[in-house]
Design a protein around this ligand. Structure first.
Ligand code: ZN
Length: 218
């Protein structure tokens, strides 16, 4: 069954502790953390120090999504936060294979992230090394955009490429309860939800999301 991954970037920064407590009370398994440097994407958010502080007061698995230039210079700091899952944008480095190697060597799950304009074929020679592929379903860095429909085709193509390998597919951007149901239905394993979840009445929205995911995948 597909898993909902709340993105802490969508939470109320002044109530982070309460927001994390809420997510834990809802039995969230994996927390998605967006790291942004103001260069690779225009926003700036969550450096290694902040991630480590959140990790310390949480029992959730941390999935750190590195949206930064020169990831090679910051990877060790991200590993030091204790994050169990770390993903790097294909577009952010000429040495994606080496980045994956370093994440795996540290004993963490390694993910590769694809921007909307990047074809899925770029992961062909990484299929035996990665644990998950994160498909950006909006352009990274700015929340509040609309889900890009072409992502559905990309996920289906990825499913075919992956075959029986133990590689999970994750989607990130523009997800509400309706889209969560649709992507669960085509076999997405990890569904990142930000703004939609932390809007009005998050408890009700969280339940709606889970209901949509359960209903679609039988
Ligand atoms: Zn993300």
């Amino acid at each position: 069954m597909a898993e909902i991954l709340p993105s802490i970037f969508g939470a109320d920064i002044l109530r982070l502790k309460e927001e994390i407590a809420f997510l834990e009370s809802e039995k969230t398994k994996i927390l998605h953390v967006d790291m942004m440097d103001g260069n690779f994407v225009s926003n700036i958010a969550f450096g290694p120090n902040q991630i480590a502080a959140m990790k310390k007061m949480s029992n959730m698995i941390f999935d750190v999504h590195m949206m930064i230039d020169h990831p090679k210079d910051h990877l060790d700091d991200v590993i030091a936060t204790g994050a169990e899952m770390i993903s790097v944008h294909y577009e952010s480095t000429p040495h994606i294979h080496n980045m994956i190697q370093r994440i795996k060597k540290a004993g963490r799950k390694a993910g590769i992230v694809l921007n909307p304009g990047t074809p899925e074929s770029v992961i062909k020679y990484l299929l035996d090394d990665i644990d998950y592929v994160l498909v950006m379903t909006i352009n990274p860095g700015t929340p509040g955009q609309t889900f890009i429909e072409k992502s559905i085709e990309k996920v289906c193509n990825l499913k075919e490429m992956i075959g029986s390998r133990p590689i999970q597919i994750e989607v990130d951007g523009g997800i509400n309860n309706l889209i969560a149901g649709r992507v669960a239905n085509i076999g997405v394993d990890l569904i990142v939800v930000g703004g939609y979840l932390f809007g009005e009445n998050p408890k009700e929205r969280y339940h709606k999301l889970r209901e949509a995911v359960n209903k679609e995948r039988k």
